[in-house]
Ligand binder design. Structure first.
Ligand code: M6R
Length: 367
């Protein structure tokens, strides 16, 4: 049942190429330059005309929501807000007729996320779901939605659900970009081609970086704290990297937007705390490099994820992990992979129960 692996989490990390191909099957037609989401067809007119999309979720699904915010605003130019479902339900949220609530949940059973669906429906607002578990309560109670088709996720630490959620949100963003006339046919096709390549590129990361990541884990396993930094669409990846590490290895970790470092976290830096950067060569690369220099100047040890072939960090970072180049909007799908593997190996080396970390349940059906 674990596919020959020791843990479900590892199996699910390794399954991502296939899970993402399934999340795109019959939907992404890169050769034709079209994207079809059958589950949204009936509500497309309303969704297209939304004044605002409010995304509600918890944990890793909330991180996927933050990536979704970036993708929907960038490709479709609809304002998006991302809320913790647990906060949303208690703040008497302002919902207007033309708002749409979009919830994201792997299990489809998370109590706070379900409450957000009910709140949306009570306010008479369209409630959509991006859910993995077929026939789950959230899938049944939402007005419409898109399934991940990522297959069952058993490990408490969410891995393939995160990348499948981002893949589905990317498809929603591209579809809306097209129907709202923001994206040209050429831009749409180019982005669909980039998305279609992701499963193969994830496989490359899994194969080519595995050994290096295990070696880094060996060094990191004794750390007591870790800092994860990224910018733009990779900021949620920093949050997700930190969550993955803390929940299964019990090492305290925090994620921040890289530029926020000097507003506080920089005080923590010493040679015992690994600082993990997502530093791909996109718009803010030079600024991220300055942040890396600041950490190194304070004796910190840097682990950087960058795009293949970038030798610019070799003299600065202790370790450089390379992921293939993709459209910068889809980078989280590749940059998160080393963080998943790293947490897994660190946790195993520390003797932790990776699939069933202490105090945690796979689905949180109580508040
Ligand atoms: O099933 P859901 O996606 O609604 O679950 C949300 C969170 O409970 C979940 O992502 C949690 O944070 C994971 N343990 C993270 O790995």
């Amino acid at each position: 049942e674990k596919g020959g692996y020791d843990h479900f989490m590892y199996k699910e990390i390794m399954e991502q190429p296939e899970a993402l191909a399934n999340a795109m099957r019959g939907r992404v037609h890169a050769d034709e330059g079209t994207v079809k989401l059958g589950g949204l067809e009936d509500v497309m007119k309303q969704l297209e005309a939304a004044d605002r999309i409010v995304i509600c979720a918890c944990g890793t699904s909330w991180h996927a929501g933050l990536v979704g915010e970036y993708l929907i605003e960038r490709f479709a130019r609809i304002p998006v807000e991302v809320e913790y479902a647990s906060e949303f339900r208690y703040r008497d949220p302002i919902l207007n007729e033309n708002d749409v609530v979009l919830v994201i949940s792997q299990s489809g059973e998370t109590a706070d996320t379900l409450a957000a669906v009910r709140q949306a429906k009570e306010a008479g607002v369209l409630a959509l779901g991006v859910v993995n578990a077929v026939g789950s309560t959230i899938a049944r109670e939402t007005d419409a939605g898109v399934y991940l088709h990522a297959g069952p996720e058993i490990g408490v630490a969410s891995t393939k659900a995160f990348t499948a959620q981002v893949t589905v949100l990317a498809q929603i963003a591209l579809l809306l970009g097209k129907t709202r006339g923001v994206l040209s046919d050429a831009d749409l096709k180019e982005n669909l081609e980039a998305l279609a390549k992701i499963p193969t590129q994830i496989r490359e990361v899994l194969e080519q970086q595995a050994e290096k990541i295990e070696a880094i884990a060996r060094e990191m396993r004794l750390a007591q704290n870790a800092l994860y930094l990224g910018r733009g669409v990779n900021f949620p990846v920093a949050l997700e990297g930190a969550l993955k590490l803390k929940e299964i290895s019990y090492i305290h970790a925090e994620g921040y937007p890289a530029a926020e470092m000097k507003h506080g976290p920089i005080a923590l830096i010493d040679r015992f705390m690994p600082v993990l950067f997502v530093a791909t060569r996109e718009a803010t690369y030079d600024k991220v490099v300055s942040n890396i220099e600041e950490v190194v100047a304070r004796g910190g040890s840097v682990i950087a994820i960058t795009d293949t072939g970038n030798r610019g960090l070799d003299d600065l970072a202790e370790h450089v992990i390379e992921v293939p180049k993709t459209s910068d909007a889809f980078e989280p799908l590749l940059t998160v992979i080393p963080f998943q593997l790293l947490s897994y190996h660190v946790a195993v080396m520390r003797g932790c129960d990776v699939d069933m970390p202490r105090n945690l349940a796979k689905s949180v059906t109580v508040e």
